[in-house]
Design a protein around this ligand. Sequence first.
Ligand code: GLN
Length: 494
Amino acid sequence: MIRRSATEIAAAVNARQAAAVEVLEAQLARVEQMEPQIGAYLAKTEELARACARRVDERIAAGASLPLAGVPLAVKDNMCLAGTVTTAGSKILQGWVAPYTATAVQRLLDAGCVPVGKANLDEFAMGSSCENSALGTTRNPWDPERVPGGSSGGSAAAVAAREAALATASDTGGSIREPAAFCGVVGMKPTYGRVSRYGLIAFASSLDQIGPIARTVEDAARMYDVMAGHDPMDSTSLPRPAEPTAGGLRRDLHGLRIGLVREFATKDLGEEIDAVYQSAYRQLAALGAEIVDVALPHAEYGLATYYLIAPAEASSNLARFDGVRYGPRGNGTNVQEMYARTRAAGFGPEVKRRILIGTYALSSGYYDAYYVRAQKARTLMAGDFEKAFGACDLIACPAASSPAFPFGAKGDDPVAMYLMDFYTIPMSLAGLPALSVPCGFASDGTAGARELPLGLQLVAPLYQEARLFGAAHAYEQATRFTLDRAPAGLEGVR
Ligand code: GLN
């Protein structure tokens, strides 16, 4: 059963061809087998999973039909799951037990999902490789010498290695799309405000958004449909109802204008990768899309803008971790000393760097020069997209600047790591829905390197998630890059 898609598992469990408890036991055995190689999970939640699976079987026996009946789920460890340790990959939250469940996760449990464990991530979701996790190493299932991407690296690796059918992920500047691309799976960031952030440990609140990671577009669409919708517990949750998407999956792209971004020429990514993207764009045309040229003249300021706004918000959000309410507490003879020692020992270097940058950008005297200016650039970027979407229905571009890279490759250079998100950050700043779908393989040019998956990013105007999934499905079904090919050593599992 765990070789099947989430859609197939749910159908079998609803039809009582398989019990949720059996699916779960097979899934737990698979996790046991794979974890020494992959390390996708920071914690397993077997006990809770068994209780959930039993409850699903009872509900089905009582006549219920559940959209995600018995589907094994990995939960990114920056999302609260009541009664389980929730760390955000940080020592400052080690051992902290969540007192309630995030709305998005609760909706998945209510729909029949069974939570297998908490997935690894970069500390507080800050990073692009999972190497910033203070609590564990996750390996890329396509090449164990390489990172799974980040920050949702545990989520993407779990799904790629068949250690879960679905995973929750969060995206602030690319953290769903980049690891999905690196691991050859589908990852989707909804319109800002579409999925409730209640119970998500905040990084940059004006950008954070929860979304699905899955092996197929259809699975991701079904998962999104369950999570999306207004939540009174999140003040930025959109009041308008979310249009269901899974019913609108397409087989062709006739009638769609797809924009290629002038400023995102893939020649700079190297010959091999350029060829993969050029062939992806030709495939979009072959499926019936009209290819048009669009411009995002301010996209080049995306990284600079993001690395002011996101750290500014993070410095404020992370002020709450001071040893008083959450996690381990440092010693001190007075309260200032206690705060300082708690934070010095609890936060890793990247988190400290962001707090410093953010505090500086918000300080009086620099606020106008940095923070306010970044907000203005953000508005210009949103305007670019608005104009571009006057000429096209979707935008297509790369999901990341390279395939998965080796551990340590960006070690001493935070900016090299930040550059990974060049293609994803502008959409985050504009709040747009976007996804990554596998679009081929490349070896990244290093001698002896294995073939690594690449992701095609599709971007839609605000609220057009149905259009996004619809088109991605057509492309995925026509190309089937990772539907018929699994990472080496995992071939037995489709
Ligand atoms: N890699 C980006 C960062 O480090 C984005 C992370 C994210 O989307 N959470 O901030």
